[in-house]
Design a binder for this molecule. Sequence first.
Ligand code: FAD
Ligand code: SF4
Ligand code: SF4
Length: 392
Amino acid sequence: MAVRIIPEKCKGCQKCVKECPFGAISMQEKLAAVGPSCTNCGVCIDICPFGAIEKLDEGARGVDTTLYHDVWVFAEQRDGALMSVSVELLGEGKKLADEIGCKLCAILCGDGAEGLIGELFEYGADKVYYADAPELKSYNTDAYTKVIYQAIVKYKPEIVLLGATHIGRDLGPCLAVHCGTGLTADCTKLDIDPEDKKLMQTRPAFGGNLMATILCPNHRPQMSTVRPGVMEKPERVIGRTGERIDIAAAFKDGDIRIRVLEVIKGLTEQVSLTDAKVIVSGGAGLGGPEGFELIGRLADRLGGVVGASRATVDSGWIDHSHQVGQTGTTVKPQVYFACGISGAIQHLAGMQNSGYIVAINKNENAPIFEVADYGIVGDLYKVIPAILDVLG
Ligand code: FAD
Ligand code: SF4
Ligand code: SF4
């Protein structure tokens, strides 16, 4: 936005709200507030009878960053259970908050979800902002955006982190647009610049061929989504407590344009790659969908789950929920078997932090061997049955 309301001069007459041709001004706590749809037309400056609106020159665009404090984590709950990515973000958020010298906070929305507040304290939150309403029981874009946006305007967090889940990927951009700030999606690394304490958000760019570090220097909050499984979970400290702050959640007609009529769980087989201790993944080297039967036998024998490369998913051999990599799931099992997978950078991006990597490939020059702890050069149709024989 390119105009600014001068709070000391604004009398709350609402003239600018009615006259803005782009609907960019709303009232917040009796003062006018300019939103991101402002086109800088300048109409409101002349309209305000109290001289309370001024134009920002180019250099002054952005917000007064000194007003923003604390690191917030969106505590994503589904059916009253906290998503593990939110716990991971509390661990990462704590490190960032310590480096900045501020508090770690969680923002939780739900209907009777206060049972999770203690859990959030135990995973490191100093404060929990909690909104309770029937409309917030399950995720709803309009309802969650309204409540959290209002809380951001009121409490002014410096950083807001969300999981790069389907919900976080929907909510994050909506909030960023409302706040007129930026959002870096799918971050794999977050740091604080020791010089100016700004958030350095690193994510793969150009198909994963280089890592880009992105800053949000003039707008707040600094917002990132982070993929599940990338950050470490913090230790849970049973009995740790903090400050609970209840935030308003009132809706009027028209606020919520989306109605959830029914929730139908995916009919395809779903797999939980993020929590698995052992993953046995198959690639194009399987030669066809039937190869996953052998992969499944090894996974079952080791108490693990089946993963896949994108080549096999694109060929329709297995469901996308099994895909590991940049456009699939990021995983960190104790042991990862890559069977007939060449080791493209986009696949490595999703599994190279695994505890031990075992690669089976008939091409001794396959790039997967560069990240493997144990490499077996051979035909997977001979090697895997031999392993199963040894395991008995
Ligand atoms: P291939 O590269 O074809 O490798 C097959 C391997 O099997 C070869 O190394 C071969 O030597 C070996 N082999 C063949 N037969 C046998 C046998 N009998 N026994 C043992 N070894 C055998 N890929 C992902 O996996 N995940 C992603 O999330 C992902 N995201 C992407 C995002 C973008 C933007 C792009 C551009 C690409 C992405 N890809 C992703 C695709 C990636 O670049 C590769 O094309 C893909 O990973 C290759 O899959 P693969 O290793 O199974 O197949
Ligand atoms: Fe405030 Fe001026 Fe807008 Fe009236 S017209 S609400 S005084 S900014
Ligand atoms: Fe609306 Fe134009 Fe004022 Fe922006 S400058 S708030 S678009 S009237």
